[in-house]
Design a protein around this ligand. Structure first.
Ligand SMILES: [Zn+2]
Length: 483
């Protein structure tokens, strides 16, 4: 490489700053805003795993019997009577209140739960495994192999927080997903979107402001090369980029359909893409049996997306009442995050972003109120980017939902309801089978909780202590009772 090809330090800095500002708006949660040079060691704070906890302890096809559990099944707001749950292979085979009906045979691993609560593994509908815990400065400059190893560590930590499934709403996770599914490394089920598709100057265009003009068909920008984003202008380009994600195994397509809080090159009020461009992605997705989800805050952006056939709105905090009603009438999913004021994060924002952020924080209250009022299908997700500390608090973002919902409603959202959203990926669903419920025939993703989360949802905020057994796909990844 000759010196002309080496990016100047100021160029790299600009890129890093842009990424800080422009990744998903909910980044506000903390991520974006800490300085670009925080030591990489911070990433490991959340990863204090011991190897024997993380390694699967049963081969596929094993049999596990949970005895004397009270079940939160993902749907009902009351616990079951004391029951036994038999798992064979990766399926919940039988649930019974009669201990004799599920008697332990030879070779059966018995977990005597002593009345503890068994619930479905948690599902995060808006997560970014590749980027959740990696500081943007590292994300934009480090070797991809290194970044994938960090993502693998984060995947393991995510599973150990009780999240047995995540819908990844942008980032290069196809290889990671494969490695997890093959048992090469440990992590949750991943429903990948691949690259976030954005128009030029859209919320997913991470280039520096003056990195123009782009030649159509010319060299790709850094975030496009790594598979974080794909820039597309015209229905044809959108169609191409959407199909490229599907080819790699995307289970749904993610587009940026409106402005963001943290991105400096687009107003939050901006509508992004035209209806024809969004529709091109919708056609490509629907031809593959699946759907498009879009980043959008405002009524105008949301309405254009709905008109184009989009099936899931991400964020939407600035929605108005008629548009919330429209979501309900059309059965559109609303993937909403509990974005609220955080003094620490706020202090690190630019004045322009602060102004936008206050609007969004205020919008969060209104959004949940409207979601409830119109019974919109609502999904829960944490949406953390670039902040290992915030990523480690994934469960806390679920626990804080009791500001608007009962614990049972919040937990239903992060289990059965999110499971229903995962199934929207249709015939390309990478994990066909029921997720997010404890019922006979469902996939065996289960948590055994020391305490009753329907009484105290804060139990999910401290998974190390309170989740005594974590099972995914019938395999046990943590069991502190048998020690
Ligand atoms: Zn996001």
């Amino acid at each position: 490489m000759n010196s002309r090809d080496l990016p100047s330090i100021s160029f790299v800095r600009t890129r890093v700053r842009n990424l800080l500002r422009m990744l998903c708006a909910p980044l506000l949660s903390a991520a974006l805003l800490f300085g670009p040079c925080r030591p990489g060691l911070a990433q490991y704070e959340a990863l204090d795993l011991v190897p024997e906890q993380a390694a699967p302890t049963l081969p596929a096809g094993g049999v596990t019997l949970f005895q004397n559990v009270r079940i939160f099944d993902g749907k009902n707001s009351a616990l079951s009577a004391p029951s036994s749950v038999l798992v064979r292979g990766n399926i919940i085979e039988q649930i019974s209140v009669d201990p004799a009906a599920t008697a332990a045979g030879a070779g059966v691993r018995v977990i005597n739960a002593n009345g503890r609560v068994l619930m479905p593994g948690l599902i995060d509908a808006h997560w970014h495994m590749f980027m959740a815990a990696v500081p943007p400065a590292i994300l934009m400059t480090a070797d991809p192999g290194y970044l994938n190893l960090l993502a693998a560590r984060q995947a393991e930590a995510t599973l150990m927080r009780g999240f047995t499934t995540i819908r990844d709403m942008g980032g290069p996770v196809f290889g990671l997903k494969r490695a997890i599914d093959e048992g090469v490394t440990v992590g949750p089920r991943i429903y990948p979107s691949g690259a976030m598709i954005s128009q030029t100057s859209g919320h997913g265009d991470f280039r520096s402001r003056y990195e123009v003009p782009r030649t159509l068909g010319g060299p790709l920008s850094q975030s496009e090369i790594t598979g974080v984003a794909a820039i597309a202008d015209s229905p044809d380009e959108v169609r191409l980029r959407a199909r490229e994600q599907l080819r790699q195994g995307a289970s749904q397509i993610k587009l940026m359909a409106g402005g963001g809080v943290s991105s400096p090159h687009n107003p939050i009020e901006s509508m992004q893409f035209t209806e024809a461009e969004l529709h091109a992605a919708v056609e490509a997705a629907e031809n593959w049996g699946t759907y498009v989800a879009v980043h959008a805050y405002t009524p105008a952006a949301i309405r254009q997306a709905i008109a184009a056939g989009v099936k899931c709105i991400e964020h939407g905090q600035l929605i108005d009442e008629p548009t919330a009603e429209l979501l309900a009438d059309k059965g559109i999913w609303w993937s909403l995050q509990p974005l609220t004021y955080d003094a620490d994060v706020f202090a690190r924002m630019s004045p322009v972003s602060q102004k936008k952020a206050l609007e969004v924080f205020a919008g969060t209250e209104n959004a949940y109120k409207l979601a409830r009022k119109y019974k919109v299908k609502t999904a829960w997700g944490a949406d953390i980017l670039g902040d290992a500390g915030a990523a480690s608090r994934q469960g806390q973002y679920l626990a804080m939902m009791v500001r608007w919902y009962t614990p049972a409603e919040a937990l239903k959202m992060a289990t059965a309801d999110n499971g229903e959203l995962m199934a929207l990926s249709g015939f390309i669903n990478p994990y066909p089978g029921k997720l997010g419920v404890v019922e006979a025939g469902a996939l065996a993703d289960l948590l055994l909780v020391d305490g009753n989360p329907l009484d105290d949802i804060n139990l999910v905020a401290n998974p190390d202590k309170n989740f005594v057994v974590i099972m995914k796909d019938g395999k046990i990844y943590k069991d502190t009772l048998s020690k």
